[in-house]
Each structure stands twice: as structure tokens, then as C-alpha cells.
Design a protein around this ligand. Sequence first.
Ligand SMILES: Nc1ncnc2c1ncn2[C@@H]1O[C@H](COP(=O)(O)OP(=O)(O)OP(=O)(O)O)[C@@H](O)[C@H]1O
Length: 670
Amino acid sequence: MAAKVKGKGAAQLELVRTEQTAKPRRAPAKVAAPPAAPAAAVVVPVPDDAGERPREARAPKRRATAEQMAQKQREISISEFFTKNRHLLGFDNPSKALLTTIKEAVDNSLDACEEAGILPEITVEVRDLAWEASKDGDLTKGEGRFVVAIEDNGPGIVKAQAPKIFGKLLYGSKFHRLKQSRGQQGIGISAAAMYAQLTTGAPIRVTTRTARGKPAQFFEIQIDTRKNNPVVTDERELAEWTQEHGTRVELEIVANWQQGQRFVNRYVEHTALANPHATVRYLRPKQEPLAFPRATEELPKEALEIKPHPHGVELGALMLMAAESKSHDVKGFLQAAFSRVSPPVADEILKRCAFKGRVRPRDLAEDRALAEKLHKAIGATKIMAPPTNCLSPIGDALMRRGLVSFLNVIETEGPEEETQLDLDQAGKKKASKKEKAAKAEAPVVPDAPPEEGVEKIKGHNYFIATVTRPPKVYRGNPFQVEVGLAYGGSWPADKTIELFRFANRVPLLFQRGACGVTEAIVKTDWRNYLLSQPKASLPVGPMALLVHIASVWVPFTSESKEAVAHYPEIIREIQLAAQECGRKLATHIRKQKHADYQAQRRSIFELYIEEVAAALHKISGKSRDAIKRDFLRVANQVTEADLEEQDAALEAQSKKLTKKPRRGGREEAE
Ligand SMILES: Nc1ncnc2c1ncn2[C@@H]1O[C@H](COP(=O)(O)OP(=O)(O)OP(=O)(O)O)[C@@H](O)[C@H]1O
């Protein structure tokens, strides 16, 4: 495809596909015969591979002429293209298709609720048609077929829009705007509908209502893939529907539940983790439903739409914007079309351009040299970074709450609290009844207060730390990175850490190796933070690491939105966030090691308290319990004081160890 300016005038500039021909304007009178082959074929001497005497070869026979080829050339509709290339949209195989279908609909529901200012209540339902038929004694029906239904309490969809939203690829509200949202391409839900149609022939079924008192609308929609247009096969009003407002989308698809369910489980769990304001219910075949109640009643901060930043615009886009401008002069155009261009900034840009005579925006569209001058001047002018109110990060507090409620759902009940007596007997053997009774009578010395950042979840201690970096910009697009970690608990200590990747609060479950997020975490030297790390790999340790990128436009590596592209600005920000979080982790691990050591010291001391108390009781006649209590208090004071001293030393050490990333990603102590 090449950009070509057609005719004159602002509206006339457009990007034109240089097709040979979509449809010939008039049929050729007669396809000209190919030129007659020369009487004697051209003989080209070809040296033999072995370097022996040159061999003589014939020129290959022409198989088709340009005219013959032109007859086969025609436009390809976007739906036809993606029908053939559905792997590009995440429908590679039936197990992945199950997840992609759910993901597209849930992401839309969350986006719609947030945009409307509604706390999302989302139900995800997967029905296994073969299993349902088998319950009625029919073992022949529905093999490999599933119904996926997603219902939300969002704002609903107006009647006239529903067919295009669900029956036309590249139709949506988010592509042209600059504001953080899960969807950005306008292809997701219609692609799911296309996959359903392709694999089962069934239309997508949509029920939607925009307000209480208004009737719910029901549609069955198919896609005419040749034209990329919707075909409504059924449409009616429903008198009864449970939702006052919202949308329900139902798709019948070929899927692989056996393998796909773990992806869906993960997606639902992680969606709840990054969206603590949403309630998600998950109804699945042959298993108990799962519920993820919201962890906060607060909606995320509203992301506002911004205008593009001048430093992010490329020459072709600048010409296109100029062509569409309604401003009378370039100064007005710059101010109206871009963010952060105040009158003085516009004057400075124009001064740099030094245009001769009056230049109107449409002149820029028609004259590439003029546009290039302006483009260069923009690049040379210092302009304030774009506004960042277009972003809505999760934030430290909610990331922590999300992690806690996620761990509460996935964590199984931990071991019963081990009594001090269990530990005293050097081993894990249970305390005898007598010992337990003695323990109950023993004087109580208060436990040390839990360390800041440590959460007890179902009997397991997790250290949780979070970092939210300030917003940054890549190619004019604001973005912000957040990192959270949960260390300890029942995560295995000898395995690679769990890396949870998120983009605009959407979990990324595939293509971990191809993702810029993974690259940034691998490049971070986790040995500085007391984790082991094989070369060029993720670190090893009992930890889950959450990385979230919020941006007005996430640069994905493909339309299936599974991995983030390797933009240096993004990778560096992730590294900085990971390092900041890593420093918190290292402080915790050191503290933990030291506390373990002091507890060990104390327990050795406590082993002898009983006997010493008995002896002192004999000598002094003072009560044994009072003596024991005094001893325990002293033991605690000594080890606490040691701990405090150690804490101060650690604090000083960690301040000294302020890390600075080295070029290439590794970091050094200053
Ligand atoms: N449940 C819903 N409630 C309200 N509006 C919806 C809902 N689902 C889809 N929409 C509207 O339909 C549009 C198209 O959705 P679609 O999933 O095809 O693309 P997208 O979300 O814009 O981008 P992407 O292709 O990246 O997912 C959305 O932009 C939104 O305006």
C-alpha cells in the first residue's frame, strides 16, 4: 500500500491503495495475445556448479500475462481475511478460541460499565452442549460444542448499533480516541461472532436494554463475510429480562473444554485481581460456580480522552490531519488538533518553519515539502508532555487489595498454627495433651507485631509490595507502569516465579516469551534482591509478580493482543518499577532471615527456662510462673532490641544500595 495524493483540496487527500485493479473500468475488448516467442529461444550460458564447462539453459516459459493475472485480482474483505487468518485474532485452536471468545466479551463489558460509571457485575457462563444432551440420554449431540454467554449490567447498546457492533469487523468506539480502555481495535466481539458462525453456523445472540422502562431488544446476527456486513436473522422486543440495563451476548462455538478451561480459570482469576471493583461470577460445566466479589466499591478513576501529542505524530498522519482540519490557519490547526499546543508554543513552531506567505492547513495536505518543514519544526520545539488524565492505573492500595483477594481465592487452607511447644521439641511432632495444657497455663508473652506489608492469608504469610511509577510517554502516547509482588506463602521456592502480565487491566496469558514485559523482568538482576536467577531467565523463588501497563494505546505485537511490543521506553519503565519493588522485597527477606535467627536463639533460651525457674523457685521461694514470665520478657526484649538494631542497619544498607540501571538492563550499586 502506498500513500498517494489524489486531486486537490483538503477533502481530496486520502490514502489510496495502489491496486492493480479491483474491477476493470471497462472490459478489455480482447485480451492482447502475449508477444510471440522469438523463433530461437534465448540461450544463456550458465556456469556449472562444479566449475566445469558452461552449460546452456533455456529461459523459463511464461505462465501468465499481467492481463490474465489482473482478471483474478479483486478486493478482499476484512472478514474474509480474518476468516482465513483467525490465528491472528487468537482463534488458533478450539481451546484458545474458548478463552478469546470469553475475553473479548468480558473486556467489552468492563469497558462499557466503566465508561458509563457503573460498578460492573459480570456473569461468565460456559455450557457444554454434549454433556447437557447426555443428561437427557442423547449421546450423539453437541460433541465439542459449547455455549458461551457473558452478561453485564452496563449501559446497554442502542438498537440501531447492535447489528454493526456484532456483525461487522473493525467497527467500534475506541479506535479513534486516545484514552485508556481494554478494547482498542473494534474487531474483538465481531471476530468472536465470526468464529462462532464459522465453526457451528450459529448466529451470535444478543440481548440488550439501555434503561429501566425501556424494552429489552433481542437480536440474532450473522456476518456476510464477503461484504463484512451484518445480517440480522431475528430481531424482537423482550417483555421480560432480568437486567434493568446491560447486555447479554451468547455464542455457540466449537471449543476444547478439557484443555481450554485452565486458560479460562486463569483469565477469570486474573481479571478479578486487576479489577477489584468488579464482581465476577463464573458458571462452568460439571463444577461448582466460582464467585469473585468486588474488593472495593470505588470505580477506577475515569480516564479522559486527550488529543494526540505533536511529538508523536508522523508526517503522513500530520498531512491527513491537516486535510481534515477546519481551521483557517496553521496556528489554529496546531492548537485545535494537538494537546499541549498553547498560542506561544504554536508561534514558536511557526517561527521555526519560516513559511513564506500565507499557509493554510490544506496547503500542508497538498504540499509535502511544506508539511515536512512543519513536522521538523514540531520535533525541534520543546513541548510539555501530554496530559496523563487519560490513564487509570490500578494504584498501590487497590493492587494490594486485588492481590489479597486473589490469594484468598486461590490459596488452600494452610497448616494449623504450630505451637511454640511443637517447635521446642525440635521437629514437627505434635505437642502432647500434657504439653498443650502446660502451654495453656504458661505465662503469655505477646507476639512481635506483624511486619509491615505481610498479610496472613488462610494461615500463610505473604509479603506484598507494590510500586506505581509516574506516567511516561512513548511516541506521544502516555503510559504508566505498575508492579506488585506477593512473596512467600505457599508459592514453591524452587520454581520460576509466576509472572502475571496485564495491559489496561486485561490479563495476557499467551506468548510470554515474545512479550516486552518478560524481557524487562528477565533483564532485571534479581540476585540483587536475594532471589536466584539463571542466566537470561526469570528469577526463581516463592513469588508472583504482577506487571501492569496502562496506556492510551498499548503496542501489541499482533491483533490478538497477547504480547506487548519491545519499546525501549516501556521496557525501561518496567525495569525501574521492578527494581523499586525488588528493593522492598530484599529488605523483607533480610528481615525475615534475621527474625528467624532471633526466634531460634529465643527458643534455645526458652528450652532452659523451665529448669532455671524451678531452681530459682527452690532458692528464692518466688512463684515459678512469675520467674518464667520475667525470663520470657527478658528473652523477648533482648531479641527485639537486636531486631531493631538490625532493622536500622538494614535501612541504612538499603539506602546505600540505591540501584541504577546499567545500559543493557543490568544494574549496579552506586
Ligand atoms: N457489552 C457491551 N456494552 C456496551 N457496548 C459494547 C459492548 N460490547 C461492545 N460494545 C461496543 O461495541 C464496540 C465494538 O466492540 P469490539 O469488541 O468489536 O471492539 P473494541 O472493544 O472497540 O476493540 P477490540 O477489538 O480491541 O476489542 C465497542 O467499541 C463498544 O463501543
